[in-house]
Write a protein that binds this ligand. Structure first.
Ligand SMILES: Nc1ncnc2c1ncn2[C@@H]1O[C@H](COP(=O)(O)OP(=O)(O)O)[C@@H](O)[C@H]1O
Ligand SMILES: [Mg+2]
Length: 295
């Protein structure tokens, strides 16, 4: 779903960004610049896109994610969020509200002792009227499938449910974009799939821009565009099909190739008319049944 007001400016415009973490603040080290973890990175993301930021550990994904919502500021280059520079201190709160971030560990994002209070936390802090808070929290809990748990205590929820609660807290702020930074990595396989499915649904139903940050190939098959990172730079961008095309390259970038990807590659090499995008069990099955019915 595309919104009209985005014809001019992309939601996120990352222009030639270079960033290094400050070294420990000792006088001796002050003048020596630490090595840049992001080097001349440029990327535009439109409102309503579903992007995967993919790369192995240490490639700079989390640093780039934090630059997108003014948690970090660029040393060189600039980051514009709906046209606003993240270095503009008067805009930073609004920017963080528009670009919500979900992190690895849901427990670091949960504050209150009752589910509905937790989802309401940021709104309450900003002094919104109770009726508006109630309305937004109801909608957010419904969107993540936690209405039934509203009076429970967060620690009674499963890891996957706690991560969904963290997402509800962000949704209550009505963001334009959610960045999920390895948001599934502490969860069991079925909760992982739930979170990926939820992000996909939020994209589809609400037109939310999704940036899914991960090192797992199997989590990015739903994305419209994949941005591949290596050593602080973007090394490739494209649709899943273009990215899957070169499995050896993905392997060289130290990504773990799921068995389904290998199977698709072998079946294609053996002459089965499967598309390169058919990398899930469902898609492979569909492809093969389709092929069989042609004989
Ligand atoms: N707070 C920090 N201080 C210093 N170096 C950091 C910090 N966070 C990350 N780094 C370094 O920056 C590089 C990129 O890290 P990161 O953005 O976390 O990558 P990714 O999310 O892809 O694993 C790594 O070499 C990492 O060690
Ligand atoms: Mg990371």
């Amino acid at each position: 779903m595309e919104l009209n007001n985005t014809a001019h400016a992309p939601l996120l415009d990352i222009q030639h960004v270079t960033y290094a973490y400050p070294l420990q603040k000792t006088q001796a080290e002050k003048d020596a610049p630490s090595p840049a973890v992001l080097r001349d990175v440029s990327l535009q993301i439109r409102q309503g896109e579903y992007i995967a930021l993919l790369g192995h550990n240490g490639s700079g994904k989390s640093t780039l994610a934090r630059l997108c919502n003014a948690l970090l500021l660029p040393d060189r280059g600039r980051v514009l969020v709906a046209g606003q520079d993240t270095r503009d201190a008067t805009q930073q709160q609004a920017i963080r509200q528009q670009i919500g971030m979900v992190f690895q560990n849901p427990d670091n994002q949960i504050i209150a002792t009752v589910v509905e209070d937790d989802a309401a936390w940021s709104l309450a802090l900003q002094g919104f009227p109770a009726t508006l808070i109630r309305e937004r929290v109801d909608a957010a809990l419904a969107a993540v499938g936690l209405e039934h748990a509203r009076h429970q205590m967060p620690h009674q929820l499963s890891g996957g449910q706690r991560q969904r609660l963290a997402i509800a807290g962000i949704l209550a702020l009505r963001p334009r974009c959610i960045i999920a930074d390895e948001a599934t990595s502490m969860l069991d396989p079925s909760s992982r799939q739930d979170i990926v499915a939820l992000l996909s649904r939020l994209h589809r139903e609400f037109g939310l821009t999704i940036i899914h940050v991960t090192h797992l190939l199997e989590e990015v098959v739903q994305a419209q565009r994949i941005v591949l990172m290596e050593q602080g730079q973007i090394v490739q961008e494209g649709t899943p099909a273009t990215i899957w095309h070169d499995i050896e390259r993905l392997r060289a970038l130290k990504l773990i190739i799921p068995d389904t990807f290998t199977l698709t590659t072998r079946l294609r090499a053996a002459g089965f008319p499967l598309s390169a995008e058919a990398v899930t069990i469902d898609a492979i099955e569909k492809g093969l049944i389709g092929a069989e019915s042609n004989y």
